[in-house]
Design a protein around this ligand. Sequence first.
Ligand code: LLP
Length: 444
Amino acid sequence: MAQPAPIADAPDPTAAELIAARPHLTMHAHDGLMLEGVALNRIAAVVGTPAWVYGAGTMRARLAQLQAALAGQDAHVHYAVKANDHLAVLRLMAQGGAGADVVSEGELRRARAAGIAAADIVFSGVGKSAREIRLAIAEDIAQINIESPEELELVSAVAASLGRTMRVVLRINPDVDAGTHAKITTGKADNKFGIAHGDAPAVYARAAALPGVEPVGLALHIGSQILSMAPYRAAYARTADLVHALRDAGHTVDRVDCGGGLGIGYGDEPGASVEAFAGALRASFSNLGVRLMVEPGRWLVGPAGLLLAETLITKGTPATRRFVVLDAAMNDLMRPAMYDAYHGIVPLDPADATGPVEIADIVGPICETGDSFARDRALPCLAPGARVAILDAGAYGAVMSSTYNARPLLPIVMVDGDRWAVVRDRQLHEDLWAGERIPDFFPS
Ligand code: LLP
């Protein structure tokens, strides 16, 4: 990902530096690496590896920190479900006072199943089916974020056929470069997302005239893993101008959904400052009297999750190339293979964490060269059986897993202070083909 860290040629942060930058992680002299109050070795011994582990206390604290930064503004958090859609995560967000940003029928149903009120749900996404729109209207969610004039017509037609009027906001593409990885930039004019800034007045007017829809505001989302406030400020300033223009044209504009995208520190550098983000919102919107919504995913949950893995085998020498093969793979955590993303890797055992360092490629067992978690990483020497935590895997980790190479989905453990529970079982091999059938016209 537009690698925030480590910067090219900068030395990899050490295990101690990675831990020191994360208040939820500590290295205990006897129990080894702890997430909140629980030793990860204990979890690994009970559930096996690979396994996901999430820290509920960490997620709660991050939500509270964001809300505290937004205090004093009419601004509400709608957690982006796509980052981590586990029911327990969604429940925790609801209990903390967050609503949800969903992008599919499945996410809408998950959010409702976890107890998030329909009135706290917004529906984003560049392609919604008529069936999904019907569900959103039947549930009477807060709003549908419209991404094109064509979608506006569809929502209008569906709502009118149901005899209903749906609140909609128009997602505007502000044509601002978020300065992040090309695969997760969304607010440039040539990205598929949103309605072109210049078309907004005409589309808003059309929305006001159509049956079945009531335009109530604007939305934008410029990308993900954004560390600088400059693109936010630029995009929000353009959006505020548009609010004025629409009001001057006689329209009602009550809400602005300001999107998500706040980045985290994947190395030992800090992530985006939520206080600075709140300042960017205030700078553009404080005098407009609009209700603000924000849709962060990664910032809330990314640092709180990790992937536990065990070393299967090591091969090669540092002089040629050294490989540490883990039992976790790209099908579990796709981000390194997909975006060349950096994830910190820390041994669970204190002796492993402080041992001599070697340069190695940390890879998975899948038959693809792209199945790699780290290349030329300076890490304490890992022997077969040594366990590691791959850090900052709480966002876009489990949700992006596949079962490639017929590898079952991993169990998930939720830690909360000094308590922990298995919140998803390891998938059984039989479950991999449970829904499959061999046609009965095949010879047996
Ligand atoms: N709102 C909308 C409309 C979005 O499309 C997204 C993310 C978010 C909110 C939440 O963004 P966040 O705060 O989490 O950055 N799989 C990629 C990230 C894809 C983000 C897609 N949209 C990754 O692993 O880096």
